[in-house]
Design a protein around this ligand. Structure first.
Ligand code: GLA
Length: 386
């Protein structure tokens, strides 16, 4: 048992008389394939060993009692009165609302949750919360949802309550993750393959800019709309196209004067990123990590100049990484506007390299960044006590 799970169980026992079951739901990294999950592309996430623990028990009533261990706040609501709410409650209520909408057999329950996943770092704490809750409810109320059903339900919860029109990557990775594996997910067919994460002499290191991204601020949804607008124009010229997976960057270039400048840039990025992710998968399979790293740098360049979802702090971290010979790839990860960069660094003195970058960052922005070496994990599971 980790210290977090023990703390969650203790917190539950201090509050409720029911007997809880314990679940862990991981955050995720994404090696490459950014902002293409909602554009029918490929993504390459992995579940990580940081996440959210849930202690859950049915309570034989109509009352749902929730407690955020990290924020030390409680909230109770009747299962017949589920509606949106601000703050952390919304992520849980969004999931419960989906269960109610699907007319699944839900009754009252007690719930304590919390964990060690940094909020706003691009590690998908919201998906970890949503997936942890639906996985736990599926187990205690025998809802008979498949893993894919749960991922789709959690995504719908995010769309409807927090209102972020996210793709499927985060929920999929949180639920389908596997220790020592990355997932190559085709977001069009929702089929995946696992690839072994063999890093040879390299480490994957996250550097948290500590700039908190806010997807709900609307920029994320705007990107999605711009891509939809671009797709309409593409289809009006290439009538057999059904998704971005079939569109090449050259085709987008042909339509440059038919599109608004921003829409053009977004579509160019998406088509390039879909191609890049497929090449990256090949490199990973062939264990060509230096070539893989180059593509990570290219992704950041696109995120910065075409998709425009980076910020001065993450741009700085990536530019600074380029000065270090032993960093073969670096890019901003996740929804954008802050959060972490993911770096592929040669093991030889990686701590010294990271120390130089973080010192430069601190001197420039007066922010002390946090650094973590990535460890993968299995997807959401029931933790056994003892
Ligand atoms: C967020 C969303 C994902 C995905 C990434 C960007 O994490 O939740 O669906 O779009 O941003 O790749």
């Amino acid at each position: 048992m980790s210290t977090y799970s023990t703390a969650i169980l203790d917190s539950f026992k201090a509050r409720f008389t029911t007997t809880p079951r314990l679940f862990f739901s991981p955050g995720r990294i994404n090696l490459i394939g950014e902002h293409v999950d909602y554009n029918d592309g490929y993504v390459m996430p992995a579940a990580i060993d940081k996440g959210i623990w849930f202690a859950l028990a049915a309570n034989n009533s109509d009352q749902i009692n929730m407690y955020s261990h990290d924020l030390q706040e409680e909230y109770s609501v009747s299962r017949f009165d589920i509606k949106p709410h601000k703050g952390w409650q919304n992520y849980l209520l969004g999931v419960i609302n989906q269960v109610v909408e699907k007319k699944l057999p839900l009754s009252g329950f007690d719930c304590v949750f919390g964990g060690n996943l940094m909020v706003g770092a691009g590690l998908s704490s919201s998906a970890a919360v949503e997936c942890g809750l639906i996985y736990g409810l599926n187990s205690i109320f025998h809802l008979t949802l498949s893993t894919l059903d749960m991922a789709l339900l959690a995504q719908k919860a995010e769309h409807t309550y927090p209102g972020v029109k996210c793709g499927i990557m985060d929920q999929y990775a949180s639920l389908f993750g596997k220790l020592d594996k990355v997932i190559l997910l085709n977001c069009r067919t929702l089929e995946h393959e696992y690839y072994p994460l063999i890093l040879r002499d390299y480490s994957l290191v996250l550097i948290n800019s500590k700039v908190q991204h806010s997807l709900a601020s609307g920029e994320y949804n705007i990107r999605r709309q711009q891509c939809e607008e671009g797709m309409k124009i593409i289809r009006s010229h290439f009538s057999d196209v059904t998704s971005f997976q079939e569109v090449t960057p050259a085709q987008v270039e042909q339509l440059k004067d038919k599109m608004d400048e921003k829409v053009y840039d977004r579509c160019l990025f998406v088509t390039q990123e879909i191609e890049r992710t497929q090449r990256a998968a090949q490199h990973l399979q062939n264990n060509e990590l230096e070539a893989f790293g180059k593509l990570m740098y290219e992704t950041h360049h696109g995120l910065q100049h075409l998709y425009e979802v980076t910020c001065p702090e993450t741009d700085f971290l990536v530019e600074r990484a380029k000065l270090e010979e032993t960093i073969v790839g670096s890019r901003q990860m996740g929804g954008g506007f802050g959060g972490c960069t993911i770096n592929l660094i040669h093991k030889n003195d990686w701590a010294g390299v990271v120390q130089r970058i973080t010192a430069a960052y601190k001197a420039h922005f007066k922010i002390e960044p946090e650094v973590y070496e990535v460890a993968t994990s299995d997807g959401t599971y029931e933790a056994v006590e003892g």
